[in-house]
Design a protein around this ligand. Structure first.
Ligand code: HEM
Length: 278
């Protein structure tokens, strides 16, 4: 019992000291970052731009400015890869030595040695990489020239998968439009399902009053739509067995409920392709 108590206390003391150590180190590192930056010399984009060559190569990375003139011959790539960024806000190059691949922790640890200042705007306020106008323009341009390799809509079309968008489709028979559905598709799931038209032998079901004997049919069609809401598009196959989707299929309405007509209207919508981009 006593040994258990001692072991327990030792364990608690160990956890508490670990916690204290972690807190202290987190606190001191964040303090250090803040202190460093206010002590650093302010450097504007114009000043930075004057150092854009192998003779003097400055780069701004994450709001700090570095003089890499001495380091540059050691960089493990062709000269141009490194020189291209001299005199510029270079966070993007630093964070993407290859697209999406940042520099290693080892490279990161080398930065401090070359630190000379912090990047500021004309008013002397810190300039974060996001605020650099050059970067914003680059983002917009990248968006505008989305290549076929990046365009997800093209990929879905090529693979025969339905695109995201709003769809409309109908089931017609005997010269009469009977079902007209509309729904939205997002990531392969259906939403906002509604009937734009629902009729049989000249009776528009959507106009029926609650006391009409055919009203149950309208209710059941609405249930079909409700149960498909939020489902993957493949769920429309359940419409072949409407009793799996709608309650209260009695003898009368069971004979009139035509899940397969609704299914057909959904398939028609998908065949037609996107009606609009909501
Ligand atoms: C800002 C523009 C820069 C670009 C575009 C760039 C690009 C590259 C490329 C293409 C590689 C080789 C490919 C690879 O390892 O996968 C590389 C590796 C490396 N770079 Fe840079 N670099 C830049 C700046 C710097 C700076 C300023 C330093 C030093 C402080 C540096 C240090 C290193 C190191 C140590 C490696 C070896 C791999 C690693 O540790 O990540 N680079 N860089």
């Amino acid at each position: 019992m006593n040994i258990n108590k001692i072991a327990y206390s030792a364990f608690i003391a160990f956890v508490a000291s670990l916690f204290t150590l972690v807190s202290i180190s987190a606190l001191s590192s964040s303090e250090r970052e803040e202190q460093d930056d206010t002590d650093l010399d302010p450097i504007t984009l114009d000043e930075l731009a004057e150092h854009d060559s192998a003779e003097s190569c400055w780069k701004a990375i994450h709001g700090r400015v570095y003089d890499f003139t001495d380091y540059f011959p050691d960089h493990p790539t062709d000269e141009e890869v490194f020189l291209e960024w001299c005199g510029r806000e270079s966070t993007e190059g630093w964070d993407n030595k290859r697209p999406g691949v940042p520099h290693s922790a080892r490279a990161e640890s080398m930065l401090d040695e070359y630190l000379i200042g912090r990047l500021v705007d004309e008013e002397g306020e810190p300039l974060e990489p996001e605020a650099a106008p050059e970067e914003i323009v680059e983002d917009e341009e990248r968006e505008a020239r989305l290549s076929p390799a990046e365009d997800e809509r093209l990929h879905r079309a090529l693979l025969g998968l339905p695109l995201d968008g709003r769809y409309r489709g109908v089931f017609s028979d005997g010269g009469e439009m009977q079902v007209n559905v509309q729904f939205d598709l997002r990531d392969g799931r259906m939403s906002n399902i509604s009937y734009r038209y629902l009729a049989y032998r000249g009776v528009d079901y959507r106009q029926l009053e609650e006391d009409d004997e055919l009203y149950a049919v309208l209710e059941q069609h609405r249930q079909l739509a409700e149960r498909l809401e939020g489902q993957p598009v493949t769920a429309i196959f359940a419409l072949y067995e409407p009793e799996r989707l709608a309650d209260d299929i009695d003898g009368y309405s069971g004979a009139t409920l035509r899940g397969n007509k609704v299914h057909s209207a959904f398939r028609d919508a998908l065949n037609r392709g996107v009606y609009s981009w909501p």
